[in-house]
Design a protein around this ligand. Sequence first.
Ligand SMILES: [Zn+2]
Length: 215
Amino acid sequence: MKILVMGPPGAGKGSQSAKIVDSYKIPSISTGQMFRNAYEDNEPIGIEAMKYIKNGELVSDEITNELVRLRLQKNDTERSFLLDGYPRTVTQAVALDGMLKKMGTDLSAVINILSSNDVLFERMEARRVCKECGATYHLVFKKPVVEGVCDKCSGELYQRADDTLESVKRRLEIYETKTKPLLDYYDKKGILYNINGMQSFDKVYADIELVLRDL
Ligand SMILES: [Zn+2]
């Protein structure tokens, strides 16, 4: 099972991906999380990437492709993986195809979670993320048991720098211009599955499972 989860920022990609990874026991490749971890560890690649991420901009294709290329070389990705937040441009998608071809494999499905802009704004403002494990919460729909504390690891919850209003607007613009064309790219390959993201978390997940079951 080699899948990619797509959708505009705030559509629930992160939490749905976390559940898939948990249920199917497959490695998650989240470039956003990898960049944030590298930043926390003071690695140059993380510091460079955070300059873009903070402003809602995309990290350059070169840096991002290299990060993923190194990650795919680890043995745990041989049978299955879930890509979250990569590729975000057609250039990245072409690079990914090249990497997978070299590995003698290809993507099995692209799950695209659809949502409207109103819903997205509302969701992102209330989003909180765990500093330690990256688990995501929502102040209304998915509250942690104890305020400000992660249910899973007791880590501290915070609002991501790229979840502010200005940054969210910029990310949606970028999604429209740079990431949306990817849907066509994967549709032509016959591996695109659209999922209605404006339903409860559990219903969205159930719809995703119907796709995964047939892979
Ligand atoms: Zn946590």
